[in-house]
Every structure is written in C-alpha cells, then in structure tokens.
Design a protein around this ligand. Sequence first.
Ligand SMILES: O=C(O)CCC(=O)C(=O)O
Ligand SMILES: [Fe+2]
Length: 300
Amino acid sequence: MLQPTPVERTVEPPSHGAASLPPITTRFQLGASLTDEQQRFLDHYGFIVFAAVATPSEVARIADELTAIEQRWLAEGRVQVYGIPIFKGEGVDGQPFLQRMPFTSCFSDYLHDFLRDPRFEPVRRVIGEDTHVGDHEMDGLVANRNLNVPGSAYPRLGWHTDGLRDLFYLRAPKRMLNVGLHLDRVRREDGGLRIIPGSHKQGMLGFLFGKPYFISHGVDPREVAVETEPGDLTLHDGRTWHRVAQSPHEGARSLRRTLYFPYLTEHFPLKGEDSKAPLYHHLGRAMRAGKRLSRRLRRR
Ligand SMILES: O=C(O)CCC(=O)C(=O)O
Ligand SMILES: [Fe+2]
C-alpha cells in the first residue's frame, strides 16, 4: 500500500494530519453529499476518487457517443471546435483517431443530459454553491483518449498545473476542481494520472517554477498514481502538479479515456463556430507538431 511521502518544504504543512485520513489509495463512495472525511481528504491531498459513479452500460454508451462524434468530425474534416484544436492521431490500426475532443456535450444529447444528472449534485456543491454546466465555455466537456501506438498524437501529458491557464487569462490561479470521469481500468502499472499530493497548497513560485511545464515527464518521488476502474469519478484541484504517464502497453491495451466535466462557478465567454483559438493552444499546437516531427525522424 502506498504511504503519503513527506511533502517538500515548498509545500505548506497540511492543516490536518494525514494520520486521521484513510489511505491515499482509497476509492470512496459518492453519496448525497460529501462526508466530512471525504472533504478533509480532498482538502489535504488535492484529489479524491469516487468508485463506480457511472454504471457499465453508461460507460459503454458514453464511449459510443464519443465514437459517433468522432465519425462526424472526421467526415466533416474538422480540425478544431469553437477555436479549440482537436488532437488527431492514428488509432490501433493506423486509422484516423481523435484524441482530445473539446465541447463534446454540444454534439451529443446524451452527454449533455448526463452532465446534468442529479447524482453529480454533491460534487457540484463542493465546487460552489451555484455552478452551471459550461457546455460552450472554456473547452467545454473535454474527452481525452490516450493511446500508445506509433502514430499517437496523445500518449501522455507532461507535468503541469491547470492554474497556468488562469495566468493566460491574466489572473492568479484560484481553487478550481476538475471533475473527471474515467472509462477504463488503469492501474499504476498501466500509466495514467499522477498527482503530487498536497501540491495545491504551494505558493505562486511553486506554481510557476515547480517544474518545467509540459516538457517534464519524469517520475517524481512524491507522486501518487490515481488508479481507476471504469465509471470512477475523480476530483482534483487544478493547482496540483499532475501529469498523465504513458502506458507501457502498446495498442488497444494502452487506451485510456477520460471526460472532464465543465462545472463552473464563473461565467466565461460563450464559444461557438466563429470563436478563435486562445494563445496557449497555439503554443500547444506548435509543441505537438515539433514532437510529431522528432518522433518521425527517430523512426527512420
Ligand atoms: O487525462 C487526465 O486525466 C488529465 C488531463 C489533464 O490533466 C489536462 O487535460 O489538463
Ligand atoms: Fe491537467
């Protein structure tokens, strides 16, 4: 069993001792509201996992909806949605495969309704008294499909905090809880989400210079693997340092699908077909193009 590793000096000492909390690998049950213990766990570590919040049939249906949206976007020759680029790579058989799909709830009634299901009320209340579903804000409901094949455009994601985005919007990073639904079984040995527990309590310097953003992928001695089963729901504080580790498996076994729910307390500009790409996505696109080129050159 994993034990919480001692936090670095750059991280503030936690206000509650970890001793009174259940093990860091706990998968909790989501009830009508978060228990005091669940709330303390989230505050202390900066993340929490809820087991099997979606049923197997819902997970299957969500996966099918994503495939249907993918087919539609491929047929239309779409490269972006509302100004946000789609990551397009190759699938297991070399076919075109969309790996980061923004605004998916604008293209599926099922996903649109799913986000509004009453079971998520307790999660929404943790985020704020009054949250709305930002189908058309930021990147909307984002679906990620990490895959490890030679033509993949998105096998992994380097260390980052999501708070950096706030800096692009010219404001200090605020507590922002990311709600992720996980469609696949991912254990530590399968790669997947890694978080530095407690790193949401770092100061501004830790945020900016804790690690080189997105280009560092190394194992951190403080990191924990967030292990999930299909239908699990995770919450993580966007100010934590986190990454997505590449699967050591290849092909279909490496597939890892997640959806990040746009539960927002603030209103952001509504996006539609004539929206333009924000600066950070231009940077991201340039980085991905560079990586694809270097992979291609290495394969020669
Ligand atoms: O795939 C995940 O679980 C996390 C992705 C992520 O950290 C991000 O898109 O900012
Ligand atoms: Fe992130």
